[in-house]
Design a protein around this ligand. Structure first.
Ligand code: C2E
Ligand code: CA
Ligand code: CA
Length: 728
């Protein structure tokens, strides 16, 4: 309310003289005074004028002072009211005060200053109250404003709290039901958080890995370091493939998504991410990969994989100068079976054929289904002799032919099929441009030739190969009976010192065929080795060599050393040492006069077993030599561990000694190596004085070769022994 300059005072009194006296007096003190002659008029004036103070009589006609007071109270009009009354009744005063009178003065007022004081006191108090009220109102307003704001904030807070709770619940649900694994890793590698889903695809429980180092899950240092480096460089990785190692050691392929999370300037940096088990994906990929290279029906390698291996084989064969073979098989009249009995039977038959084809398949060989009823077999590393290689291929083809010809029992049907087999050898020429497809085509052509020649037949692509293979097979057939038919004999070739004094001899086998005549061991020993016939033959040689040894011993002839060649297959027999032992015992030959010639390949093959056998033989007193030294791949480290006595320098080096500086250097090296290892050296194939001189000059002391003597039969050799020397 606007403050008036002069406070407005309303006097309510039925006595006019009193109203006048008040007005006259108060106007002197700068108050504006209005009047009412009774309570009713007073109430009207109050409503109209809103006075600052009221002076009110109690006893008035009509509406009295108490009613005015009551009105003010009811209306909550906080106008200071001073009762000025003529009654000195204390009850009136109490009642007036009870109804809100601010002060109570008795009429007639003797001392007007009392009135003045009461008025100014009341006004002052009213003002204070006003101010107080305003302040109160302001306070209340402020409080309510703030309360409102607070309520709003509270409400918002509540809402966001609820939201947070909802989110938390949502994340907890996700976290707990995640298929993937969620993790957080601190920079020192500590697993700070990991979702329970870790137990879905591993044996780990969440609690087991929490707090552990990341190494627990990813022990492969290399992968882990690479992942961390990627994260350092790119701050995030997606679909990083890594193997999780389960508690039982199983490796689980996983896809990992992760990113660096910077928290508060680096001290709390973490790596957050997810892991997904991709075993199934990997399997699917492997399956796709598998199907790209394998035939779905038989699970054999398909044409693509075959050609891949064939190319590799061809180039390896060229490098190592050895041969391989490609066998192309087609089932005769397979179409009839398929058409008359249906595809399921046909399929089952093909599967059975593929099973039979893989029986005793060597690791290095490949059987493949090209499609339909066409199969091929790739044979690698058939040695460096083309004739032998062709014979092995022919032999394999015959085995397959026989195996496939056996009856098939398929869903109550008894079936018979025969194959037509075409064979191509590779490399078939020196032409380096020959491809796998060429070889496959040659074999295919040969297969058609086999079909033309009446089916159930084997044909070679090159007629020369065919002839060679036929011949070798003939040898094999004949060789089987050579021992029984007494066609084998032993020759002996002396080993001498520089002056031709005999220091030993090598036993060499001879085969005189009644029709074909002399057949070189270089031709039939490989056949014997390939077919296993070498076992009875080897034993026969050893037996007879020992018998001769005993005869010469008994005759008092000095033979210091009789060497017998041992083939790889023979040596690899588990009871080889036992065989030697019992032959020695049986014949009574002196073991210290017996020598065995082993080849480099054989001793390198299975070092532990070889050394064991060699030691056992040494223990018997037998001398051991390495034959054809320098042509194999012997490593000095192996040789050092072998209980050897003699190195035999291969004749190919001796042959070129005077013309080839390389060979001369090799011979030189072999001799100094032998000296270093404390081994004796025998030079083989010494044919000329020049060769002898060179070898002698290099410090070689023992020789074998046509320069001194050719291999000779027993009677001649006996004569040589009797003489003690051979003359060049
Ligand atoms: P090898 O063990 O290297 O035998 C040495 C071969 O060189 C013998 O051929 C021998 O007659 C021949 N030779 C000796 N001095 C000279 C020479 O001055 N000039 C030339 N050009 N040749 C010479 P052979 O008897 O034809 O034997 C060939 C291979 O057959 C032997 O090579 C050996 O590996 C194998 N062999 C021979 N007899 C047996 C045997 O009883 N058992 C086994 N497993 N293999 C044998
Ligand atoms: Ca030999
Ligand atoms: Ca030799």
């Amino acid at each position: 309310m606007q403050k008036r300059e002069n406070p407005l005072i309303l006097t309510i009194d039925d006595e006019e003289n009193i109203r006048d006296s008040f007005r006259l007096f108060l106007e002197d003190f700068e108050y504006t005074v209005i009047e009412a002659c009774n309570g009713r008029e007073g109430i009207e004036k109050i409503q109209q004028e809103k006075p600052d103070l009221i002076l009110c009589d109690l006893r008035m006609p009509d509406v009295d002072g108490l009613e005015v007071l009551q009105f003010l109270k009811d209306q909550e009009l906080n106008i200071p009211i001073i009762v000025v009354s003529g009654t000195g009744v204390i009850g009136d005063a109490i009642e007036a005060i009870r109804r809100g009178a601010w002060n109570y003065l008795l009429k007639p007022i003797q001392d007007m200053s009392v009135l003045l004081h009461a008025i100014s006191q009341a006004l002052e108090r009213a003002q204070l109250l006003d101010e107080n009220r305003a302040y109160q109102e302001h306070l209340e307003e402020e409080v309510s404003r703030r309360t409102e704001a607070l309520q709003k904030t509270m409400q918002e807070l509540n809402q966001s709290h609820q939201k947070v709770q909802e989110n938390e619940e949502k994340y907890r649900l996700i976290f707990e039901n995640l298929q993937d694994v969620y993790f957080e890793i601190l920079l020192d590698g500590m697993i700070y958080e990991i979702s329970p889903s870790i137990s879905h695809f591993s044996l780990y429980q969440r609690e087991e890995v929490l707090g552990e180092n990341i190494e627990t899950l990813f022990p492969s240092t290399q992968n882990r370091e690479r992942l961390l480096e990627l994260l350092r460089n790119n701050s995030s990785v997606t679909d990083y493939e890594i193997y999780l190692q389960d508690s039982d050691g199983t490796l689980i392929p996983c896809s990992l998504n992760a990113r660096y999370q910077d928290v508060e300037g680096g001290s709390q940096d973490k790596i957050c991410g997810t892991l997904r088990d991709i075993t199934e994906r990997k399997q699917a990929e492997a399956r796709i990969e598998y199907l790209a290279y394998f035939d779905a029906l038989t699970e054999l390698p398909n044409r693509r994989l075959l050609l891949d291996r064939l190319e590799q084989n061809i180039s390896r064969a060229r490098r190592h100068k050895h041969f391989g073979a490609m066998l192309f098989l087609d089932l005769d009249r397979f179409k009839n079976i398929n058409d008359s009995l249906g595809h399921p039977v046909g399929d089952a038959l093909l599967k059975e054929v593929s099973t039979r084809l893989t029986i005793d398949l060597r690791n290095e060989d490949t059987v493949s289904r090209l499609g339909g009823d066409e199969f091929v077999m790739l044979m690698s590393d058939l040695g460096n002799d083309p004739i032998n290689a062709a014979a092995m291929a022919q032999q394999k083809a015959e085995t397959i032919q026989a195996r496939l010809a056996e009856k098939y029992l398929i869903s109550d049907h008894v079936l018979h099929v025969t194959p037509s087999i075409g064979v191509a050898m590779f490399p078939s020429s020196d032409d380096n441009s020959e491809t796998g497809n060429d070889i496959l085509r040659y074999a295919d052509t040969a297969m058609y030739r086999a079909k033309d020649d009446g089916r159930d037949t084997i044909r070679f692509f090159l007629p020369s190969m065919q002839a060679a293979a036929d011949e070798r097979l003939a040898i094999e057939k004949e060789l089987r009976y050579a021992i029984e038919k007494n066609e084998l004999s032993l020759y002996f070739q002396t080993q001498v010192d520089q002056n031709g004094v005999i220091v030993g001899a090598e036993t060499l086998i001879r085969w005189i065929h009644p029709e074909s005549g002399f057949i070189s061991p270089a031709t039939f020993i490989p056949v014997a080795e390939a077919t296993g016939l070498i076992l009875p033959i080897g034993q026969w040689v050893l037996q007879h060599a020992c018998e001769y040894l005993k005869t010469w011993q008994d005759a008092g002839l000095e033979i210091h050393h009789l060497a017998v060649n041992v083939s790889p297959r023979q040596f690899r027999q588990p009871d080889f040492v036992y065989q030697v032992c019992s032959i020695l015992e049986e014949t009574g030959a002196d073991p210290s006069l017996l020598g065995l010639e082993l080849t480099e390949g054989m001793v390198i093959d299975n070092v532990v077993d070889t050394i064991e056998k060699m030691q056992a033989l040494k223990q018997l007193g037998i001398e051991l030599s390495i034959d054809d030294f320098g042509t194999g791949y012997s490593s000095l480290t192996y040789l050092k561990r072998m209980p050897l006595d003699i190195l035999k320098i291969d004749q190919s080096f001796v042959r070129d000694i005077s013309t080839d500086a390389n060979d001369a250097a090799i011979v030189d090296t072999i001799i100094s190596m032998a000296n270093h290892l404390d081994l004796k050296v025998i030079a083989e194939g010494v044919e000329t004085e020049l060769e002898l001189a060179f070898l002698a000059g290099k410090g070689c002391k023992t020789y074998q070769g046509y320069h001194f003597s050719r291999p000779v039969p027993d009677d001649q050799f006996t004569k040589q022994l009797e003489a003690g020397t051979v003359h060049c």
